[in-house]
Design a protein. Structure first.
Lengths: 322, 311
């Protein structure tokens, strides 16, 4: 009985949080100047046509009623119809989702692969160069994402000409190899700053492990070099560092919006900017809810990972910020 | 004062005084084609015209009926105009944009936008965050849970999405964007203040003041707020750093900065002229990163250590 109540309580807070996010986005979207009816046949919509569109979209009803209707249709699993694209929101999302998921997965792989690798190299240095490198990574992570992306385009596309700089496919279509070539620059732009952040977290966690008694014991027993780092330092610091995974998700989601705009990548991020700037209420609402769910899920996954990797700290998720 | 304050002070005085030195705004050249994209360090001739207006080109010669301009495409003549004073030659240390405007002048105006937005946003975020954090620390039961969910939800929404909606709602003007960034960044301040205030609440001097009959407002103002200064002075530079980056991101995306010079807008505009016009995106971005770093560095090491403990 107690576990059911506990599970219910654990689900209640995220549920309420999502409902609050939904209501907030709904209110903010309706507070924006203009509404979907103005944009449908723009430019130069005759006033009576705009009024008819408004009635057809149900925008002439009181806002609280519209809100209740929207929540009810979400509860039925119906996300509505995008007013700018005139296609079901679910279809639009399903088309864009693979691109964002692919970009996010590539960026995460780069961030964790390069980040942990970098931390493992740096932790073997003496303290002074290590601190310099840490400082340099802090500086690099203060560089705005969009500028880094534009500079990467300038260098790797403009000067070197190695990779294409926009869209997911070459004109006239292309195979998987073409898609991967187009994925390279957005993934680097999104993953590289994240790699520095990951490297700094892991470096700090590994430095704490490095001076602990069990590492000294392992050293005394003859472990040294890479084996010492991987077996005795990397593994115990995994728990602390994994809890921070949850913090990366909102950063990646926000970052993906900018990166997708820079590279004209046909994913959810670019869709978000188009939906908000184009006052496409149904699409923007669905995207906001999706983003908030991803952030909450990422937080949960981070805490779960931390518990799984480090049984000593059952409450590791609580100990970090957020 | 430390090096970071010097760095920040230099930036702030450039932002305030710089536009006075370079003129209120470097106007677009009346013959932009002739001045198009002068690289850094290029020399250019400038002439102010009678009846308003301004011409900048690689070379200008005043003739009987007007001005002869030399551009990359060769010579061309504008008839029926007269310069108010002799044509003067100037070195453009950072080059010009596609309208013949000096990049230095635009960058200095951008510094103004950036620091204005950062300071307004920080004041809004600190005021809201402190108030909300104090309320959350004092609340109990369902109210406390409600406040927690309110902050959780706002933190769960990617900040850029929140800002896109707020920015459009507040019409994208410079002060609107500053307000929007403030409204989207107070949650972290609130979290820090709440944690600190909860700790303070258990301290004997607060219990004593409660026992002496102090109400919540008096408690917050007289006993808690003074002790929150350290944590707020750590949080404020972090909010300001984020605000500098967010303002430039918003103007890069085209949500903010209608008309006003902004570094983000300059990078967005400069993209069209890549790779030959590299200076159009390199310099604004460098300044932006420098500003973000200078502001971020205002947190002093002792405070940084304190923040790390709180995490």
């Amino acid at each position: 009985m107690r576990t059911i109540a506990g599970a219910a309580r654990r689900l209640l807070a995220p549920g309420l949080t999502l409902l609050w996010v939904f209501a907030l986005c709904f209110a903010l979207l309706h507070a924006m100047p203009g509404d979907p009816a103005d944009r449908i046949d723009a430019p130069g919509v005759p006033p009576d046509q705009a009024e008819r569109n408004r009635r057809a979209l149900g925008l002439d009803e009181p806002i609280p009623l519209q809100f209740v209707r929207t929540v009810a249709s979400y509860a039925r699993g119906d996300l509505g119809v995008s007013s700018a694209r005139r296609r079901p929101v679910a279809t639009v999302l399903a088309e864009a989702l693979p691109f964002t998921a692919g970009l996010g997965a590539a960026a995460l792989a780069l961030a964790y692969g390069a980040g942990i690798g970098l931390a493992m190299v740096l932790v073997r240095l003496t303290p002074r160069p290590r601190r310099t490198a840490d400082r340099a990574m802090l500086v690099a992570s203060a560089v705005p994402r969009f500028w880094l992306a534009v500079m990467i385009v300038l260098l790797l596309h403009g000067v070197m000409g190695w990779f294409p700089a926009s869209h997911a496919f070459s004109p006239g279509g292309g195979g998987p190899a073409d898609l991967l070539r187009h994925l390279a620059l957005p993934a680097i732009s999104l993953g590289l700053p994240a790699a520095f952040v990951v490297a700094r977290y892991w470096l700090a966690a590994m430095e704490r492990e490095l001076v602990s008694p069990h590492v000294r014991a392992a050293r005394a027993a003859g472990a040294s070099g890479g084996r010492l780092i991987v077996r005795h330092v990397l593994r115990p610091s995994a728990g602390t560092a994994a809890a921070l995974f949850g913090l990366d998700v909102p950063v990646l989601v926000s970052g993906a919006v900018v990166i997708e705009v820079v590279f004209a990548w046909p994913g959810l991020g670019r869709l978000t900017v188009e939906a908000v700037l184009g006052a496409d209420y149904p699409l923007a609402l669905a995207l906001a809810l999706l983003a908030a769910s991803a952030v909450l899920a990422g937080r949960g996954i981070g805490q779960g990972l931390a518990r799984a990797l480090d049984p000593r700290r059952a409450d590791a998720g609580e100990a970090v910020r957020e | 004062m430390s090096r970071s304050w010097l760095c920040f002070g230099a930036l702030a005085s450039l932002a305030i005084l710089g536009p006075l030195l370079t003129g209120s705004a470097d106007p677009p050249s009346l013959a932009p084609g002739a001045a198009q994209l002068l690289p850094p360090g290029a020399r250019a001739d400038e002439a102010v015209l009678e009846g308003g207006g301004f011409v900048r080109a690689r070379e200008i010669i005043a003739t009987e009926g007007g001005l002869r301009l030399r551009s990359a495409q060769g010579w061309r003549e504008i008839r029926g105009v007269r310069a108010t004073s002799p044509v003067r030659s100037a070195r453009l240390w950072l080059g010009t944009d596609h309208q013949g405007r000096s990049l230095i002048a635009r960058l200095l105006h951008g510094a103004r936008t950036s620091l204005f937005v950062a300071s307004v946003a920080t004041v809004v975020a600190v005021a809201l965050g402190t108030g909300f954090g104090l309320a959350a620390a004092w609340a109990r039961g369902a109210l406390a849970a409600g406040l927690r969910i309110a902050v959780d939800g706002l933190l769960g929404l990617p900040r850029l999405l929140l800002l896109l909606m707020l920015g459009v709602t507040l019409r994208g003007s410079t002060s609107g964007v500053a307000l929007a960034i403030g409204l989207a960044s107070w949650m972290e301040v609130s979290r820090l203040v709440e944690a600190e205030a909860r700790g303070l609440r258990r301290r004997p001097f607060v219990s004593a003041a409660v026992a002496a009959g102090g109400g919540p407002v008096r408690m917050a103002w007289l006993h808690l707020a003074p002790n929150l200064t350290p944590i707020v002075s750590v949080a404020a530079p972090l909010v300001a750093t984020e605000a500098v980056l967010l303002e430039s991101t918003l103007s890069f995306l085209g949500v903010a900065g209608g008309g006003a010079d902004s570094w983000g807008r300059m990078v967005a505009d400069g993209q069209r002229f890549l790779p030959s016009g590299w200076w159009l995106i390199c310099f604004p971005g460098l300044l932006l990163s420098l500003t973000a770093l200078a502001v971020q560095d205002l947190v002093r090491p002792r405070q940084r250590a304190r923040l790390a403990r709180l995490d």
